[in-house]
Design a protein around this ligand. Structure first.
Ligand SMILES: Nc1ncnc2c1ncn2[C@@H]1O[C@H](COP(=O)(O)OP(=O)(O)O)[C@@H](O)[C@H]1O
Ligand SMILES: [Mg+2]
Length: 226
């Protein structure tokens, strides 16, 4: 689905160049579940931003295998703003550490945002998602009326409401206590599996990482499978 080839990214700080990602290679197939661990500042979020076409590498490619054009590779690093917007809206779901829910609208309205934007509103699928994440009884509340674990479950539902083939999660359990971290990470992995959504999850937790099929580690700009 996505093939990362020789990705490089560096930042210049006070005239000094720091290589954050150095020749990253990774293939993400449909339905894969992948965790990425690494020390703080090792470039995990930078890598997810590249996958979401929110940022561009210095060099390298991220080839998207488009199901509508099976023989054509599309390099998302070369996308125009408009193409990147469409890629994010239709192909990617995003979940962040701090939930990032919109507090002046209900839980259901939050969940439905990506689905409404893409016009992919499928009632049965949404019900299945709400069931899988056990948030039915909260749909008319405001996010602030929920616990941290419940809010993160809503964020997962929002990340998946438009049925993206790829879900990117940046430390999705980083703000939860260990009990909720276990619950939410387990739900995240099993929900993606059920929906055949590829998951790339950045995490600090070895325990959470072990829930995914592939564990990768980012250190000194290099990504290695562990
Ligand atoms: N826009 C930026 N400009 C300069 N340096 C940045 C920028 N974004 C990230 N960095 C630096 O790149 C490194 C990796 O950051 P990040 O990807 O956020 O790491 P992680 O998510 O693994 O903690 C850090 O040293 C950070 O300070
Ligand atoms: Mg980060």
């Amino acid at each position: 689905m996505l093939a990362l080839k020789n990705l490089k990214k560096s930042y210049t700080d006070a005239g000094e160049q720091h290589t954050i990602l150095n020749n990253i290679n990774l293939t993400i197939n449909a339905g894969d579940s992948i965790s990425i661990q690494g020390a703080s500042g090792s470039g995990k979020s930078t890598l997810l931003h590249l996958l979401a076409a929110l940022d561009k590498p210095d060099s390298g490619e991220i080839l998207l295998n488009n199901s509508q054009q099976p023989n054509q590779g599309n390099d998302i690093t070369q996308f125009t703003e408009k193409e990147a917007d469409a890629y994010r809206q239709f192909r990617v779901g995003l979940i962040f550490q701090k939930f990032n829910l919109i507090d002046c609208i209900t839980v259901m309205e939050n969940v439905m945002l990506p689905a409404k934007i893409t016009g992919k509103v499928q009632g049965e699928y949404i019900q299945e998602l709400l069931d899988a994440l056990d948030i039915h009884r909260h749909i008319n509340k405001l996010p602030s009326q929920l616990s941290g674990g419940e809010q993160q479950r809503v964020a997962i539902a929002r990340g998946l409401s438009h049925q993206p083939p790829l879900l990117l999660a940046d430390e999705p359990t980083g703000n939860l206590d260990s009990k909720n971290s276990d619950l939410v990470s387990h739900l995240l992995v099993t929900t993606c599996k059920k929906l055949n959504t590829a998951l790339v999850m950045v995490t600090h937790s070895q325990k959470v990482a072990l829930l995914t099929q592939q564990q990768w580690y980012l250190d000194d700009g290099r990504l290695t499978q562990i």
